[in-house]
Design a protein around this ligand. Structure first.
Ligand code: SF4
Ligand code: FES
Length: 201
């Protein structure tokens, strides 16, 4: 695999050409915030919080670092006025959905995001897809998925599968950047498989 050189935050960085900007930055010890990225999962590009400025052929543009491939001589800025402004607005939008998320609140402090800028539409889920993809890609169980569209889109457990598979697993719980996942599970459990709870307790 051939190696290429690029610059990230003024630092010369070597990367293999199959790497994303996020992977190259991390390998060089440069942090970029992520919400929908996980080392065991395919890149998804949903949250956009990993946005960076990438300049190729003299043209800077905003790209999602977790899906954008490195290129020879690319110049990347992980922080700039544009990057910070974009992250700030993204956080303000996400906080309207999940105002209690500690992970979002921590990032909001760093980027000066106002958690009350947008009217609250608390669905608690920011649709990062970590839980759904982890269950499908790593556990191969498909015990939960997205339902509905647009503003109503949310995650839901499939009761028949969840009753069989989730009780002893719950590996997706710590991945969730909000409290939506646990809430959906508790609801499914209470409504659909109370017998399973008794059996396991
Ligand atoms: S429930 Fe949590 S982990 Fe699942 S998609 Fe929503 S925010 Fe992401
Ligand atoms: S971490 Fe890159 S889009 Fe979510």
């Amino acid at each position: 695999m051939s190696e290429i050189c690029l610059q990230i935050d003024g630092k010369e960085v070597k990367a293999t050409e199959t790497m994303t900007v996020l992977e190259a930055a991390r390998a060089a010890g440069i942090a970029i915030p992520t919400l929908c990225n996980h080392e065991k999962l395919e890149s998804y590009g949903a949250c956009r919080i990993c946005v960076v400025e990438a300049e190729t052929s003299g043209k800077p543009r905003l790209v999602a670092a977790c899906v954008f491939p490195v290129q020879k001589d690319m110049v990347v800025k992980t922080r700039s006025e544009k990057v910070d402004r974009t992250r700030r607005v993204l956080l303000e939008e996400m906080l309207a959905h999940a105002p209690d998320s500690e992970e979002l609140q921590k990032l909001a402090v760093e980027y000066g995001a106002d958690k009350d800028r947008f009217e609250k539409e608390a669905s608690f889920c920011i649709l990062c897809g970590l839980c759904v993809r982890y269950c499908a890609e790593v556990k191969k169980k498909d015990a939960l998925g997205f339902v509905d569209r647009g503003a109503k889109r949310e995650i839901a457990f499939i009761p028949e599968i969840a009753a069989r598979e989730c009780w002893d697993c719950k590996e997706c719980f710590p991945l969730c950047p909000t409290s939506a996942l646990q809430a959906a599970y508790v609801l499914t459990e209470a409504l659909a498989f109370p017998a399973a709870r008794r059996r396991h307790s």
